[in-house]
Ligand binder design. Sequence first.
Ligand code: 5U1
Length: 691
Amino acid sequence: MPNASSSLNALQKQLSKLHQQINQYNHQYYVLDQPSVPDAEYDRLMRELINLEQTHPQFKTLDSPSQKVGGQPLKAFTQVAHQLPMLSLDNVFSRDEWQAFVKRLQDRLVTEHDIVICAEPKLDGLAVSLRYEQGILVQAATRGDGSTGENITTNIRTIKCIPLKLIGENGVDYPDVIEVRGEVFMPKTSFNKLNEQAKKKGEKSFANPRNAAAGSLRQLDSKITAKRNLAFYAYGLGYVGDLSEEDSGLSGQHFLKASHYQRLCQIKALGLPMCPEVRLLENPQQVEAFYQDILNKREALSYEIDGTVLKVDNIAQQEKLGFVARAPRWAIAYKFPAQEELTLVEDVEFQVGRTGAITPVARLKPIFVGGVTVSNATLHNQDEIERLGLKIGDSVVIRRAGDVIPQIVSVVVDKRGDDAKDIVFPKTCPVCNSKVAKAEGEAVLRCTAGLFCQAQRKEAIKHFSSRKAHDIDGLGDKLVEQLVDENLINTPADLFKLTEIDISTMERMGKKSAKNLIAALEHSKKTTLAKFIYGLGIREVGEATAANLANHFFTLTAIQAASFDALQTVSDVGEVVAKNIVNFFKESHNLAVVSALDAIMTWPDIIEKNADEQPLAEQIFVLTGTLNQMGRSEAKAALQSLGAKVSGSVSAKTHFLVAGDKSGSKLTKAQDLGVTVLTEDDLVALLAKYS
Ligand code: 5U1
């Protein structure tokens, strides 16, 4: 049994470890602008520390990170002592915690009235204090440790939306000295651009817009800051008063309104930007709706936010509530669920996709992030693994924002254990054991077996039946996998051979669902050429390209016969896509599937076009003999693309016979019937006329 002194010892050890860890994270975040762990991890450690200090107040020391705001100012800049401290905010993370905060407010204020709340988005930027004397910006400082910050005046002057001189709009005057506090931030578009440029130059990118903003403000060369397109929203005031009476700080009082929201409006009237999402709420009950509304808008906002800030609006009430060590009692940050979390890479597996691409996928220790539990993350390719410097067993930062698929953002190298293992790519396909290869200039490794690979077969069938292709209701991914595993289907064409009995023997498939699936398959037989082409799953032929091909060539035969050059005349089809199409139709196993499907499925043979685009509509052509300037199938496709019908035999209905070298009986018959005979040159001229 541990005795009292040994558990106190353990507690002290735990506290000292927390101090050391939080101090290290503070230094990385505030001083180096390079956090190694997500905010959620930092918040967790800080809460652990605060909880321990609350239950064991005798261990709460003056140098505890819980008593300090931010980090030490950088030596590179001169230091500025804040006339009034720049505080930080405590956080809540749930409705219950928010309600507990409200309860504390009510207990302290003992008011019968509702507590009016000023609600603001919490910007992911850098807190600064801007000092105006007689309306002129004379000094700008970072928060630093809350009492001393860095003098960043020269850099702040480069931010376009921060006025160098205040305006006295609508009779709003300003006191001799006014310190405006707020957040400098980098809009999302500028952040993405900056990181793209850094990547191109092989430089380190910023982990988030906050670090990018901080890094940009801490430039010794303000020309660099000027290029970074920073912005600013004001959220409060520091010292306000007369120059001659700075010590009392009272003479500014005539200027100041009794409501925080009104003060923000006053600051705005002086020419400083205020976030347009700020709202005045009649009571704390309205906060949940505000929180939800801002959370819904989050992705669409042009700047990054990580929660809301809720402030008691009445200044007299704020004063009554006062402060604790690092934060006011009258304000709280109600944070959104974390979009970044820390977890472990337990393994890396390799998946084979529809096009044979072998994708490494990290199997993660399940983690709740961005509102869902995540247990896998794609690693894309070898380059990505190298960029991350990832090993199996690593602690990683995982990000899931909005509907975006989860991503590994970085590796926390400090946490790497001795047993971390290198990620080794397979030498053969992990599914069919065939050869793998990397095409020149491509980062992706592929299985070379095409439809002979079971994984590619499954993916091809899933793609064929997907919503945008043939939308086969009731044919889910799991069922496709079972049907392939049971060898009941090998290609999309095999789907149409399935019987109700085949289907009803599969897991979770009853008679009724089997019947429905057969009906859905029957229904899917009638389609469009565009969907048919898309459903084939040719590499890089998406929905739009498939539609362009259908609209250009009108028939499957014409698309199959089109040359590399002819394909490139289609909008959106470049060399790569044209090559993919030609290669697809070269493969005998693809041709077998296409012709089997062609026999089963139907679509309008020629898509209706207006008369101008179909100059040869209703004209029946027959091709005979050897054509030297183009292949027969190419000539056929070209004629069909202009609306002509190309028939195999000459009759009285034939309008034109194109006679190449060594034409035989068809030429004689055409001459007998009085059909117009064209030479190959005539044909070329005709096609040129309409192309
Ligand atoms: N929007 C907003 N962000 N923010 C950060 N308001 C706000 N207020 C702050 C901080 C640190 O502090 C005051 C409540 C003192």
